[in-house]
Design a protein around this ligand. Structure first.
Ligand SMILES: Nc1ncnc2c1ncn2[C@@H]1O[C@H](COP(=O)(O)OP(=O)(O)OP(=O)(O)O)[C@@H](O)[C@H]1O
Length: 493
């Protein structure tokens, strides 16, 4: 970053402080938290942002305000220039003595961000690439990098087939995983597992990896982020060939959190690896939070190759499976805490009320264990209800109101509620209005005609058009998709 005029970053800090005071924390962090000052020279302030969408939005909504605030700092500022940040420039300088951190399976769930760079590596997820740069900066040789490739992420010893509980919702996934682990001939390749968070994808993949490893075959388990890190690292160290060769000697490659694989070049490399492993009858398992057809950020070729094997969804566990997961966890806990006991009615209560995922069930149980160990109180129904009340409440769907949607959307996009309900057709109002109608459709039980009525007496076909339009735009525009996720999270909070 070049900040040429003296004190440029002090000015920028003060401008940001004023913006935050004027716009409030939410709006400020939506639009300005990822804006960096690049240069301030000869009356022009150059700012960089991670996406084109953000650039356009700030230009059309905040240009004047930014100039005004800068002029309070330096009278001669007459122009704000916005650029989209390129490639994988680190946002903060990294210490070269810092070791690149292995992405541990449980720590590899990055927050959503729309900070993609030109090659598509997400700015928030660039940490891996930054670490790669640091690794290269330390002078690691091509051979060292290539050897490192085989290390992968460490496996959690708890994730085995023995600790994985089977039920109707995961039966097919377990059967496929077991078949691969048994080392028979490759019949479906790749195996693609998809499920929403906490339903056991990582557990199952690592169970396969651990089992196959015991037979002496070469196994590599990586998160998609980790794959990107390895690849960028190899490119920088000019050891890409060694990297590719090493990858192609793997007997079983497992890539977790595929939804985070970004970047054209990285995806191309992944596709080559996939092709050569599959052609060589070596097994690949991939997991993601959605089916390949819904992984919009993926290149068509990668998507089609991923769909070409066996695609299996793991669904939300039913009551019986939730109850069995809890019983199995209690049995495991008793190995460490022999006196730990949970009445059947409490297990039923957790299974009934903490509905969503294995992770939530574990969290609930861990909380009871902690309470029991710290207070020496036995676990009873009353104690469980009190200790878990926030988990139970948060697992019940929150009622979102159309007024809340209109309030949050108008604040977020800096338009008035009257604009949203008006007949005005300027683009800066039409898009937020369509987004608000879309959110009303997906986040409330209201019908299309009722939503139309609440948005200035519009016809239900207008609402339907808005819903389709937003879905179509969000499919094509990753930044917009994330923008909508952000709004949903604000409404859910
Ligand atoms: N069927 C199951 N049997 C036993 N444990 C389970 C089961 N399903 C989930 N779990 C447990 O729930 C926790 C979350 O599972 P896991 O990390 O494998 O989910 P995931 O689908 O990979 O989620 P994410 O998409 O967030 O990565 C783990 O501790 C796992 O052991």
């Amino acid at each position: 970053m070049q900040v040429q005029e003296t004190g440029g970053s002090d000015h920028w800090n003060r401008v940001k402080k004023s913006l935050k005071a004027e716009l409030g924390d939410d709006v400020f962090s939506s639009w300005f938290a990822r804006v960096d000052l690049e240069e301030h020279a000869e009356g022009t302030v150059r700012l960089s942002v991670p996406t084109r969408f953000l650039k356009q939005w700030i230009q059309s909504h905040y240009n004047e305000r930014l100039i005004g605030l800068w002029q309070r700092e330096c009278e001669n500022v007459h122009r704000i220039e916005l650029t989209v940040r390129g490639a994988i420039r680190p946002r903060q300088p990294q210490s070269t003595s810092q070791k690149p951190k292995l992405v541990s399976p449980s720590a590899s769930k990055p927050a959503l961000s729309d900070g993609r760079s030109d090659i598509g590596v997400d700015a928030n997820r660039v940490t891996a690439a930054q670490a790669a740069t640091a690794a290269v900066g330390r002078g690691e040789s091509a051979a060292e990098s290539a050897r490192d490739v085989l290390q992968g992420a460490s496996l959690d010893p708890k994730y085995t087939f023995e600790t994985f509980v089977e039920g109707d919702s995961n039966m097919l996934a377990v059967a496929a995983a077991r078949q691969i682990a048994s080392g028979g001939s490759v019949t479906f390749n790749p195996l693609f597992l998809h499920a929403s968070v906490g339903l056991g994808k990582t557990h199952l993949m690592q169970a396969v990896a651990a089992k196959v490893r015991t037979s002496g075959r070469k196994v590599l388990y990586l998160t998609a982020e980790h794959f990107m890190y390895r690849f960028v690292s190899a490119l920088k160290a000019q050891s890409a060939l060694a990297f590719k060769d090493t990858l192609r000697t793997i007997d079983l490659l497992l890539i977790d959190d595929m939804q985070f694989l970004h970047g054209k070049q990285v995806q191309q490399e992944f596709c080559h690896t996939l092709n050569s492993l599959i052609d060589g009858a070596r097994q690949v398992i991939v997991a993601a939070d959605r089916a390949p057809s819904e992984l919009d950020s993926l290149d068509d070729r990668v998507r089609s190759r991923l769909s070409g094997g066996l695609v299996v969804g793991i669904h939300e566990p039913d009551f019986a499976l939730r109850r069995n997961i809890l019983s199995s966890r209690v049995a495991l806990a008793q190995a460490n805490y022999p006196n730990f006991a949970v009445p059947e009615e409490v297990l039923d209560y957790i299974a009934r009320h903490v509905a969503s995922s294995g992770r939530d069930l574990e969290g609930a149980l861990n909380r009871l264990i902690a309470h029991n160990q710290l207070t020496n109180q036995p676990i009873t129904q009353d104690m469980a209800e009190l200790t878990l009340r926030d988990l139970v409440r948060s697992s019940e769907p929150r009622r979102v109101k159309i007024e809340d949607i209109q309030r949050i959307v108008s604040k977020h996009y800096n338009v008035t509620k009257a604009d949203l309900l008006s007949a005005r057709r300027t683009r800066t109002i039409v898009r937020p209005r369509q987004i608000a109608m879309y959110l009303a459709k997906v986040m409330t039980p209201r019908s299309l005609p009722e939503i139309g009525r609440r948005f200035g007496n519009r016809d239900h076909t207008t609402v339907l058009h808005a819903v389709r339009k937003v879905e179509e735009l969000a499919r094509a525009d990753y930044a917009l998709a994330q923008e909508i996720e952000l709004l949903k999270r604000m409404l859910d909070a």
